[in-house]
Design a protein around this ligand. Structure first.
Ligand code: FPP
Length: 248
């Protein structure tokens, strides 16, 4: 029986963020090259997106390529960029028909021009969709995002004193402006790190580490992560008794 049936549909997170990790190791275990793992990873993205839509969860953010990933061998980086581009072009109608709105965070300018073009086309085509807001983090670094937000904020706001700077104001300068913070962050492949991903936004997120490598992640693994999330008590600094009183 699917774990889907055990989920409390009234207690679902609104936003799930995923660090898709383990493609290379998964392929190596099968005696294949790393690229094969990335290609299989696309299938996991499709399964995850379908499950998220089935649950009516409105926001999904996927860490597809970090700013640090540029340090990988040039050949792997080139293959990944081509894979991003071909996946985006081939799936444009698929995403559009499923009413998915695609946006990106990260330094889009770092990507090859053709890849930027495909992404911009996809974002334009899907901009009025509202079933799922799918954000792709590409050439993304959370520290860079926060640093740039501070620079932009000081340039535009020109505060007379530092007290004018608030958490809400800084949030509004982040690339995730308008997107609620994720309640659940999933990382696959057994690694227990957040790797410079959404550092500000995950302040109160539940962290779930799956032992599965990303190409083995599927609908059931997602349901399992949400099931675990629903068992946790999210106190936001309060006590258990306070929370009980609030409910009663
Ligand atoms: C991490 O595995 C995975 C990546 C760096 C790339 C993930 C990208 C995809 C699955 C394709 C996404 C496509 C679109 C269009 C968004 P790893 O290579 O770090 O694996 P390892 O830790 O085993 O080496």
């Amino acid at each position: 029986m699917s774990i889907y049936n055990n989920l409390n549909k009234k207690l679902l997170p609104k936003h799930i963020a995923i660090i898709m990790d383990g493609n290379g190791r998964w392929a190596k275990e099968l005696g294949k090259n790393r690229y094969y793992g990335h290609v299989q990873g696309i299938k996991s993205i499709k399964k995850t997106v379908d499950a998220i839509i089935k649950l009516k969860i409105p926001y999904l953010t996927l860490f597809a390529f970090s700013k640090e990933n540029w340090n990988r061998p040039k050949k792997e980086v080139n293959l990944l960029m081509n894979l991003f581009m071909s996946t985006i072009i081939e799936n444009q109608d698929h995403f559009y028909n499923k009413k998915i709105k695609i946006t990106t965070i990260g330094e889009l300018n770092d990507l090859p021009k053709q890849c930027q073009k495909a992404l911009i086309e996809m974002m334009n085509k899907t901009k009025n969709n509202a079933v799922l807001n799918l954000t792709l983090a590409l050439s993304y670094s959370s520290r860079t995002e926060i640093t740039q937000a501070v620079q932009k904020m000081l340039n535009e706001e020109k505060p007379k004193n530092s007290a004018e700077i608030s958490e809400a104001l800084l949030s509004s300068y982040l690339q995730t402006k308008g997107i609620p913070d994720p309640e659940l962050l999933i990382r696959t492949s057994g690694e227990r790190r957040v790797s410079n991903f959404l550092l500000w936004q995950i302040a109160f997120s539940e962290l779930y580490f799956s032992e599965k490598k990303w190409p083995d992640f599927n609908e059931e693994e997602l349901y399992m992560a949400i099931f675990e999330f629903q068992k946790r008590e999210r106190r936001f600094g309060k006590t258990t008794d306070q929370l009980k009183n609030e409910i009663n």
